[in-house]
Design a protein around this ligand. Structure first.
Ligand SMILES: [Fe+2]
Length: 273
């Protein structure tokens, strides 16, 4: 365990029998997340395997038309996100690929995607003491929305926003490529007790950020010195597994802080779903 700055910790990690393990037991990791701290678990996946995930996602997106209509939260789709969200008024510009129905994909693409989403799914279950598989569940219940997000060069970003703590509890962001090589700017930032934590430059390919899900967070912009193009695959790529009921109550428009009050009164016990 290494302290990078206030509220910012890294842990060594590895992949073992298809599961993600860290240098600390899962309960201790969740305690660090809930205190709260931004935790980066280092060196989980090898970079070459993650490049395959990017390449397979790109190949799929080239033969799949961009979705123009609203999300249905049931099918595989990719979309240019370029708007200001209704409730939180968070501006955003990125390209997401949401795999809501992995069994409907070609078997080789399924296998490639599950090489990251499988371990991420099992890791989330271990951290939160749940046993929820990927895929749709009974009506009204939350389910996973595996997503590969591309932040192109030249001005992509995601403005400050937050989520309800439950049912997700802990957000997972896996870096699929390398800062300083594949992209030179942009990363996820957080605020804890009036302290800004910028992870830009601290997350290598194969590292995974863990964060308490109701922390305000954002993605800082890729440099405007580069030329922007939706068609250029350069830029930051990440994998995430949001867990929510898309027809449930959206996050409130007010930020869930003053943080100090929120954290002091928060129920830190993991909630089964
Ligand atoms: Fe978010």
């Amino acid at each position: 365990m290494k302290k990078i700055a206030d509220y910012f910790i890294t842990l060594e990690g590895r992949l073992e029998n298809g599961g993600i393990v860290t240098e600390l037991p899962y309960d201790d990791v969740m305690q660090l997340v809930n205190e709260p701290n931004v935790v980066i678990v280092k060196n989980i996946f090898p970079a070459d395997a993650l490049q395959q995930v990017i390449d397979a996602t790109l190949a799929w997106s080239k033969q799949e038309p961009l979705r123009q209509e609203p999300d249905d939260f049931m099918s595989n789709a990719h979309k240019h996100r370029l708007h200001i969200s209704n409730i939180q008024q968070a501006p955003q510009l990125f390209h997401d690929h949401t795999f809501e129905n992995i069994p409907a994909l070609q078997p080789d693409l399924q296998q490639t995607l599950l090489s990251v989403f499988g371990p991420m799914n099992r890791f989330w279950n271990r951290l939160t003491n749940n046993d929820v598989p990927l895929g749709r569940r009974a009506e009204g219940e939350p389910y996973f929305h595996p997503q590969i997000t591309h932040y192109p060069l030249g001005g992509s970003f995601f403005g400050r926003h937050w989520h309800p703590l439950n049912p997700q509890q802990v957000g997972l962001i896996l870096a699929l490529n390398q800062y300083g090589k594949d992209y030179h700017s942009g990363g996820t930032g957080y605020v804890i007790n009036d302290t800004i934590i910028e992870t830009e430059g601290h997350q290598n390919a194969g590292d995974m950020i863990l964060f308490r899900y109701d922390l305000p967070h954002w993605v800082s912009p890729s440099s405007f010195a580069d030329r922007f193009s939706w068609d250029d695959p350069k830029g930051r790529w990440v994998a995430i597994i949001p867990f929510y009921n898309p027809w449930g109550i959206p996050a409130p428009s007010e930020e869930p802080q003053g943080w100090k009050t929120q954290i002091a009164t928060a129920d830190l016990q993991p909630e089964a779903v």
